[in-house]
Ligand binder design. Sequence first.
Ligand SMILES: Cc1cc2nc3c(=O)[nH]c(=O)nc-3n(C[C@H](O)[C@H](O)[C@H](O)COP(=O)(O)OP(=O)(O)OC[C@H]3O[C@@H](n4cnc5c(N)ncnc54)[C@H](O)[C@@H]3O)c2cc1C
Length: 402
Amino acid sequence: MADFGGSDLEAFRADARTWLEDNFPKSLRGDPETLQALAMSPAEATGDWAVWKERMGARGWGVPTWPAAYGGGGLAPSEARVLQQEMAAIGAVNPIGGMGVGMFGPTLLEYGTEEQKQKWIPDIVTAKIRWCQGFSEPGAGSDLASLQTRAEDKGDHFLVNGSKIWTSGAQYADMIFCLVRTDTTKKHEGISFVVFEMHQPGVEVRPILLIAGNSPFCETFITDVKVPKENLIGPLNGGWSVAKRLLQHERSGMNGSRGGGVKPDALGVIAKKYVGADDQGRLADSDLRTRIVMNEIDQKALQLTVRRAALEAKGNSGPSAATSIMKNANMKVAQDRAELTLEFMGHQGLGWSGDGFSDEERAAVRSWLSGKAGSIYGGSNEVQNNIISKRILGLPDLTQSH
Ligand SMILES: Cc1cc2nc3c(=O)[nH]c(=O)nc-3n(C[C@H](O)[C@H](O)[C@H](O)COP(=O)(O)OP(=O)(O)OC[C@H]3O[C@@H](n4cnc5c(N)ncnc54)[C@H](O)[C@@H]3O)c2cc1C
């Protein structure tokens, strides 16, 4: 794919601006934060948000650099950046997301057959089908390769039996990408990567209530589910490599600013409401002020590093083991921010419900609680540290972690 510069890029910018002006509904302008929440919400899109989603899906601009042959935008990276800038300028948020876009799609583009790409990518591009991830099991989290969900070869199909846990969004998903054991005599080399429908007899989903008060994930029980052989992604017993690649894509989506509730640059302003200001108008508590500034510096340094890593990766083969560093750094900054927020809110930062607490205070508590998951999902901090030591620092391999 050619990368454009100069006047070509400016011509693209003009086209993109016109298209966005014509297609991004006026009613959605001016409140990107609400749109961001809509983009993350598992609820079915309605009204003008549904219109915007349909238009972006049809144009392929939700996945701007994916091949046009499967409905993607077919844009060069430089054009995708321009598109992003033009969207940001009018407060437009990408409505096409989820695990299909962030995890399974890019993995399928790399490992899938032509038929598989034709079959599944177009519905990911338009976000028509929702996907979930069936990796973890009760006895296989960090040591994922211990998974026991069994897929027996029955000629034209696999018969799958077992159970998965922490399956995010399984209660809303249409399809699952799932790791199964196809050879019981080997560990990593006995795993295959399959996909199958969630809405069928034999798939049972039970939501789990999280400490933050919602049910973002589920137990998923799989009993005598027939999976057609054409739903095997990558080689038989070669699913471990496919899974590792998918996890890199998953972690590369975790390097923005997440968790923590309060926007990074708003921390000092909100803190002043609780702690007050000194005679120079600065946050009165100098120790707290220093720690807030340190957090903001860490946040900015992280953003710049993520941008630099993305530029360096340009032209290479996508995300690498370095995503583990970004994931750990991002979760640390976000969790520190959440801790600082509760600290300056004092008693008001302990509210769960009731009139004694503002919406902002209740949201801060829930974000603090749900943010705890950030150093667990996608592989815990310790597991990322193992990957960093092994794959980046080249230290001896003493673990079997993913
Ligand atoms: C919010 C959330 C969403 C999730 N969504 C999904 C999903 O959609 N699909 C899915 O398949 N999974 C999902 N997970 C599961 C997640 O990937 C696992 O929770 C994670 O990999 C840890 O596994 P575990 O929970 O079994 O903990 P364990 O593996 O039992 O780990 C327990 C503790 O031991 C530490 N530990 C384990 N092994 C080592 C080691 N070798 N070295 C050092 N320390 C070690 C861990 O760091 C951790 O602190 C989700 C988890 C959360 C919290």
